[in-house]
Design a protein around this ligand. Structure first.
Ligand code: GDP
Ligand code: ZN
Length: 295
């Protein structure tokens, strides 16, 4: 069989679900230990004679990748070739805006557009003022409810024809939103775990799910309780787009916007052009990145 191109639409340990160029979906395993395909990867795959499975032989160059440090401090890739990062917050649980900011930072780092979704609008009154901060710096925001369906059409419109990854603290309603958007997520999760012959309850997998209105969402358990860290301090300022814009007017090119004189970022915070809360997030992430990167 001639090898062909495919896209990874499900991962389960060393097993994969692929969508082939002709639209067929097949199970696959991976050649060698070093190859680690993730959802969204474009791969080369070939049919294995006399077997039901296909074999993934190569990963094509990634446009981008969402990563996080794992328990051993190594970089783990969660998903690849993403067009949009959708950060979800809600109330309850109490919104952790620092987590939102860290994900937005990751999006800037990857060069991927991002949107902020506030779910569970059925439970609270007026929108949280933090959402306006995000709108003001150019992130589209959506207030919606996976339960009532309110605002889901706006979310659908933002994702249409894109491959979006849905991230955010656990309990904010990511799975509920993915189901509401119309993907048959639960069905397909069961599908892969059954085919690979492993227990359904221990399933830790990622899925790329097509949406009826066009576009797809990546559902990755890796984004439940972690937010990505950054490789170096210089990436942190880049991750806060309004600080990145302001910093060009700082007196010192290597200004860290903490205690330096002539700091344009601090001046903008002082007169309200930059949100003090976002600036606090910047300082926290800078401290965290410094700690993670020091031996
Ligand atoms: P995830 O951990 O982010 O995937 O969150 P889930 O989708 O599992 O949802 C967590 C809890 O919030 C569940 O009990 C959901 O039923 C509930 N939930 C999700 N979306 C909404 C919503 O729009 N409104 C309300 N009231 N509850 C929601
Ligand atoms: Zn500065």
């Amino acid at each position: 069989m001639t090898p062909g191109d495919a896209i990874v639409i499900g991962t389960f340990s060393r097993r994969m679900r692929l969508r082939l160029a002709d639209g067929r979906e097949v199970d696959a395993r991976i050649r060698g230990k070093r190859l680690r395909p993730v959802c969204g990867d474009r791969v080369t795959a070939q049919e294995i004679p006399d077997e039901r499975e296909w074999l993934v032989t190569a990963i094509r160059d990634r446009d981008n990748a969402l990563t996080r440090p794992n328990m051993r401090g190594q970089i783990e890739v969660l998903a690849a070739n993403i067009d949009l990062l959708v950060v979800v917050a809600a109330s309850p649980p109490a919104p952790d805006w620092f987590v939102v900011d860290r994900y937005l930072c990751a999006a800037e780092d990857m060069g991927v557009p991002a949107a902020v979704v506030f779910n569970k609008s059925d439970l609270h009154g007026p929108a949280f003022p933090e959402l306006q901060d995000y709108e003001a710096i150019g992130y589209p925001t959506v207030s919606c409810s996976a339960h009532s369906g309110d605002g889901i059409d706006r979310l659908q419109a933002i994702i249409r024809d894109k491959t979006a990854i849905i991230v955010g603290q656990s309990g904010v309603g990511k799975s509920s939103l993915i189901n509401r958007l119309g993907s048959d997520a639960r069905l397909r999760t069961g599908d892969v775990s059954e085919r690979s012959g492993e227990g359904r309850h221990t399933t830790v997998n990622s899925m790329l799910l097509g949406l009826p209105g066009g576009g797809a969402v990546i559902d990755s358990p890796g984004v439940r309780d972690y937010a990505p860290a950054l490789e170096s301090e210089t990436r942190v300022i880049h991750g806060f787009r309004e600080l990145e814009r302001a910093r060009h007017d700082c007196r010192f090119a290597n200004c860290r916007h903490l205690r330096e004189p002539g700091c344009a970022v601090k001046a903008a915070v002082a007169d309200g052009r930059i949100s003090a809360r976002r600036y606090e997030s910047y300082k926290r992430l800078l401290a965290l990145t410094t700690r993670l990167n020091s031996p």
